[in-house]
Design a protein around this ligand. Structure first.
Ligand code: G4P
Length: 542
């Protein structure tokens, strides 16, 4: 390849990276995530009519027994990826399930995102699930954009919502737009950065239609005051208060995750959705360097690399298949290219690769940093695995979360034992559950760790529909799992009733405790024992 060719390739890679926006929406159930996602897809032209996201959900139900559970629960159990092109940007939305009992899947998806949109119901403010997901975003210090939804209903005072975000989440909230009215009087937003009033009328659910009028000028300019009418004084005072409180937008603070730009709108009526999307695309970061054990990997100066953030088996009930979702981190992914599966040092030909758009599969020719590639998995991938043609480094930072519920599983029919083992192994590799084994107990029933009851329900349902195994699950009284890092002697716990010593899939010892209270007791009794709540920080036993 000539030098000018090289420059050309690097230039086109840089352009592709710069126009990518990969993000996840975090919210509590019912805040309007499905509605907003649908509207974003509508604006991006990815779907023609609203209802498509829901319809897709519905058709999924028809094709998979497992997803029957989703329907019954009215929640989205599996994450998917949607993408669209708009205004020169390539947008990838990583869908995160929003149920409070959900598994680590949600959290891992956030690791694959470059920014997050925090959706808040104007009447409810910051809710439990939003807070948990926010904490994960915070850990990674990714930019978080706040969209206060349902402004077409009477909700809480915008100032109150701002302080709640600041107090509960510990992040500075800076309104980019300020709402004009609320409920049936929600007539527009004032854009503080561009100094303009946007007034809305005629929004229609199910379409992207909204009539939007723009009046440029400072909030105290005659044109804007006239457009605001009887609200002119009220909005003027609110903005003065915001300016006085030092709530100025700062790009650096936004990028470091210390400040969240706030937008107000109504996904249902479309009011404020397009101003939000425009600003978000402009401000949200494109894929940047990712940490690895060989230092940060720049998306541009390196060959293709990525990591697996999610594995899903049996997406298509007619074909027993597993798909590993790989987030591209550097270089250009080309179908049929060769790369190294770093953990096993095996060479892979990325041939049967597919690009995943929601549930559909498009065959994939190429992908760039920020994109998600679905790879057929013959059983070699694990969550967190790095695939690279760029070198033998491993990407860091797929968090593993300690389970909070444990149950022992047995099969109703002894003949199905093999299927039980196979099924559990697959689901554990997917990260759907964590598996533990009694030490030295040979073939005794495995213990399942989950973050909530829903995970157990999903397990039972999937084992029955995909592996034809009826499970008997007995809940254990334990609530906490800890991995010893140093100073551990199994004999210390041999006769303990409150602490059970088990092994994880990698053969590492794990302590299961009946309650967090025992953590203090253990610390007092065994001062040399160092425990970790994350297995990633403990090396696997040879
Ligand atoms: P989720 O994915 O976060 O769980 O929320 P989803 O979009 O399904 O929205 C939950 C409910 O809130 C839906 O009503 C939806 O129509 C409504 N909603 C979403 N955005 C807005 C908004 O901006 N304003 C108002 N007023 N409502 C909004 P539902 O009655 O549960 O379902 P549906 O019959 O409307 O589908």
């Amino acid at each position: 390849m000539t030098a000018s060719n090289d420059t050309e390739v690097a230039g086109s890679l840089a352009r592709e990276v710069a126009r990518r926006r990969t993000f996840a929406i975090i919210s509590h159930p019912d805040a309007g995530k499905t509605t907003l996602t649908e509207k974003l897809l509508l604006y991006g032209g990815a779907v023609r009519e609203a209802g498509a996201v829901r319809a897709q959900k519905a058709s999924r139900h028809a094709t998979s027994d497992w997803l029957e559970l989703e329907k019954q629960r009215g929640i989205s159990v599996s994450s998917s990826v949607m993408h669209f092109e708009t205004a020169g940007y390539r947008v990838n939305i990583l869908d995160t399930p929003g149920h409070k009992d959900f598994s680590e899947d949600t959290y891992r998806t956030l690791v694959a995102a470059d920014s997050a949109v925090m959706l808040i119901d104007a009447a409810k403010g910051v809710e439990v699930q939003t807070r948990k997901l926010f904490e994960v975003c915070r850990m990674r210090r990714i930019p978080i954009f706040t969209f206060v939804n349902k402004m077409d209903r009477l909700g809480r005072d915008p100032f109150e919502l701002m302080s709640e975000i600041e107090e509960v989440l510990g992040i500075d909230a800076v309104p980019v737009n300020w709402p004009v009215g609320q409920g049936s009087d929600f007539l527009g937003v004032y854009d503080r950065i561009r100094e303009r009033l946007l007034s809305f009328s005629g929004g229609h659910h199910g379409t992207r239609r909204v009539d939007q009028a723009e009046v440029k000028g400072a909030v105290d300019s005659p044109a804007v005051r006239e457009a605001l009418g009887i609200r002119a004084d009220e909005i003027g005072e609110a903005l003065e208060l915001l300016d006085g409180a030092g709530a100025a937008f700062d790009n650096e603070l936004m990028l470091s995750g210390d400040q969240t730009p706030m937008f107000f709108g109504s996904a249902l009526t479309n009011f404020g959705v397009s101003p939000f999307l425009d600003r978000f695309l402009e401000l949200a970061p494109s894929p940047g360097a990712r940490e690895s054990d060989a230092g940060p990997i720049d998306p541009i100066g390196n060959g293709f690399s990525g990591f697996v953030f999610k594995i899903q088996a049996n997406m298509d009930p007619d074909h027993r298949d597993r798909v590993a979702f790989l987030r591209v981190c550097s270089g250009r992914f080309v179908k049929d290219a060769s790369a190294i599966h770093v953990r096993t040092e095996k060479k892979l030909r990325l041939s049967k690769s597919t690009l995943v758009q929601a549930r559909d599969r498009e065959s994939l020719e190429e992908a760039y940093p920020g994109d998600v590639v679905g790879l057929f998995d013959p059983g070699i991938f694990r969550i967190g695995d790095t695939v690279s043609e760029a070198g033998s480094f491993s990407f860091a930072g797929i968090p593993t979360f300690p389970p909070e519920m444990f149950g022992r599983v047995e099969v109703a029919e002894v003949m199905r034992r093999k299927s039980l083992e196979k099924g559990l192994d697959q689901l554990a590799q997917e990260g759907a559950v964590q598996l533990f084994f009694e030490q030295g107990a040979g073939s005794s029933a495995p213990i399942i760790g989950a973050m909530g009851q829903l995970q157990f329900d999903v397990l039972q349902h999937r084992m029955e529909s995909e592996y034809k195994v009826k499970l008997r699950l007995t809940l254990l009284p334990h609530k906490v799992a800890r991995w010893p890092v140093s100073g551990f002697d199994v004999d210390d716990f041999r006769f303990s009733d409150a602490v059970k010593v088990v092994e994880d899939r990698e053969g590492r010892p794990v302590l299961l405790l009946k309650s967090p209270w025992y953590l203090e007791r253990i610390a007092e009794k065994h001062p040399d024992l160092v425990l970790s709540d994350a297995p990633d920080r403990v090396s696997a036993r040879d």
